[in-house]
Design a protein around this ligand. Structure first.
Ligand SMILES: Cc1ncc(COP(=O)(O)O)c(C=O)c1O
Length: 395
């Protein structure tokens, strides 16, 4: 996100306006503190209602004509595009993050001896598709993280000078510590060196601002199930406009080709892939999940990602204060330019702390020896204070 300083009064006002979401969209928050958005984001009530309506129609398929389905899918592409300031033609809808990363790994023109550069603590979705490319002679280099466990951006930049490095693939936000990479800096270096820049967006999109017009990325994959508060089975791949025509999908769907919109002439096979990112879509997709995603995206866009970013980061304050007062290691960066909505703290007995939180109806994750607290727009300061109270009882 662009780092603008929010006035505390404004953050407080935003937090109060977001509070209404708890009764309207997430009523179960009355008895559960849910801080596990980095694992699975909850489906808002408005999305559930939309899904129910869709499923009711699905019982009688003639109530869901092709025109409506394809109109809805286009709306989903347009909303995703709005979210990251892309063009709708640069968006392919996809069922998860792994699909987009696998598509990137298999479609980018790599030759024997080329190097794919990764950081060595990436989530496996951004590792295995690249390791698979070793069978075509591609080398995968896992760059060591810093002592803090964060991607070593300086080292990555240094390695980008090596002309054999053809791809840099990073997570926007690291799953195990919330570190948000400086995409602009890495993007500029990739452009200068002619390196493809691939991003796993799932832990950042929805809680951190990204404008792909300002920060060029070649391919970004993102599932909808976490910070986009969308159904499992929804997600997208962004492919930079100029790159679309240069690469072809390794596996293909029948609607990836020109002419397939006219269902009356499907056997007039047209060998030309579509000119937009739909060439990477594998239709038939789980339409109900994308229908749900459109509702959730509308809500997030209405709230404003910049405001969500600000509110979620401000929610970390009680835990940060407690960590400082008790000499507890904060695994996440504190620097505004590297923070995300994810805050990881490593108390001395993390497993005990995790179970104590669970007993207190606080849902969070234990990742790489740290408690991962991942608040979204509907969480409150009181909830974070409750977390601190529980953690305090276990040190
Ligand atoms: C960084 C990162 N990438 C990808 C995923 C998930 O990938 P997929 O959407 O393919 O299940 C996760 C979490 O599950 C993640 O934290």
């Amino acid at each position: 996100m662009t780092d603008i300083a929010y006035h505390p009064t404004r953050v407080r006002a935003l937090r109060e306006s977001f509070r209404a979401l708890r009764t309207t969209e997430f009523p179960w928050t009355a008895d559960t503190v849910y801080l596990n958005n980095a694992s699975i984001g909850p489906i808002p009530e408005r999305t559930r209602r939309a899904l129910d309506q869709f499923t009711a129609k699905r019982t009688a398929p003639h109530l869901l004509p092709d025109r409506d389905i394809f109109g809805m899918m286009q709306a989903a592409r347009e909303l995703v595009a709005e979210l990251i300031n892309a063009d709708a033609g640069e968006i392919a809808l996809a069922v998860n993050t792994g699909f987009g990363l696998s598509m990137a790994a298999s479609a980018l023109p790599l030759s024997p001896g080329d190097i794919v550069l990764l950081s060595d603590r990436e989530f496996p979705a951004n590792v295995y598709p690249w390791l698979m490319q070793r069978s075509r002679g591609v080398e995968v280099e896992l760059a060591r993280c810093t002592a803090e466990g964060w991607p070593d951006e300086n080292h990555l930049l240094e390695r980008l000078r090596d002309p054999r490095v053809k791809v840099l693939a990073v997570s926007f936000v690291q799953f195990s510590n919330g570190y948000r990479v400086d995409l602009a800096r890495l993007s500029a270096a990739c452009r200068a060196n002619g390196t493809y820049f691939v991003v796993d967006g799932i832990q950042g999109i929805g809680n951190s601002v990204l404008d792909v017009k300002q920060t060029p990325i070649d391919i970004m994959a993102c599932g909808g199930q976490k910070w986009l508060l969308s159904p499992w089975g929804s997600g997208f791949v962004y492919v930079r406009r100029e790159l679309i025509a240069e690469i072809e999908p390794a596996i293909t769907g029948w609607m990836a080709f020109e002419g397939t919109d006219d269902f009356s002439r499907l056997t007039e096979y047209n060998p030309n892939l579509r000119g937009d990112a739909r060439r990477f879509e594998l239709i038939t997709l789980p339409y109900q999940d994308f229908y749900g995603m459109t509702e959730s995206l509308r809500m997030l866009i209405e709230l404003g990602i910049r405001d969500i970013a600000e509110v979620t980061r401000a929610l970390h304050e009680p835990a940060l204060r407690w960590a400082d007062e008790n000499d507890i290691r904060v695994v996440s960066p504190r620097d505004e330019a590297r923070r995300s909505a994810i805050l990881c703290v490593a108390p001395p007995k993390p497993v005990d702390a995790y179970h104590a939180l669970k007993r207190a109806h606080v849902v969070c994750s234990l990742r790489e020896g740290a408690i991962r607290l991942a608040p979204h727009c509907y969480n409150t300061l009181e909830e974070m204070e409750k977390v601190v109270e529980v953690l305090d009882g276990v040190i």
